[in-house]
Ligand binder design. Sequence first.
Ligand SMILES: [Zn+2]
Length: 308
Amino acid sequence: MESDTEQKRCLQNIPSVWTVLNGAVLSLELMIAITKVLENVYVLKDRAGCCANLVVGKEKALLFDTGSGIDNLRETLESITELPLLVLNSHGHFDHIGGNCQFERVYLPKQDFSILESYDTETLNRWLRELTRDSLWPFLASPREWKCIRPLEFDSFDLGQMACRIIPLKGHTAGSVGIWIPSLKLLLSGDALTPVMCLNFQNHLSAKIQYETLKQIQNLEFDWYLTSHHETLFEKSLTKRMMKCIENSAGKKFQFYQYPQPPYAKGWIYLDSLGEEPVALILSEEEKRTAQTMNVLDKERTDGNTEQ
Ligand SMILES: [Zn+2]
């Protein structure tokens, strides 16, 4: 019952996608851009540029991430499917959990619960205003107080003739997970497989762990993957370029870098290659200083373990 109140309060504070003038409904304003990338797979991008993935099975639909919370994701979803929803977060960063309170129950990886503790309503509202230049204050309470968020304690589920498996994708954060859908040869990856690998945000792990993750997914059968900040599918081969980037970064010069948008995290960047998608590695100050990762990778390379 309480979560019902929480949802209503949360949605009341977000404008409806319908424009109303003098009591008459005028038009449907698409604040969330909908892109259909495969049959039954949609990317929903909000005004802050955060993408949620919607996968529609025969009996249920999966919503992977809830974006920044600035827009009415729930109403957008209901315009696409009426099936019961399963809502999961790829990790705990604010631009992936922002719309959680629009839903009754959302599962978040346990290792990322600590991130929620650091978010206060004032900072989140300011960040959203900076991202969208909108004067809204969509956050009424800190995500740590939201009752809708539950720990993710299962590793597979079925959407109805569509089996899905939760895959740990540690690196970008300790809790990051992806969703593998073998029947679609698709992996949903949140921020974990973004070709510019950001290992400088809250709860990040080392480049060595990111490398292990990339190595492990080579054994998964998928052709395509989605990330949370792109509306298009990436080919699996891009993850090989990312492995090469980490290998090549050993002993290379990193440039100082500050993420230009909230949360403005600082770090050090190594740009490996451009191609259709630039591939780069961003490390935190501590990691760059220790450079331990590089030594471990060097050793692995001389052992010949990185070759297929
Ligand atoms: Zn993130």
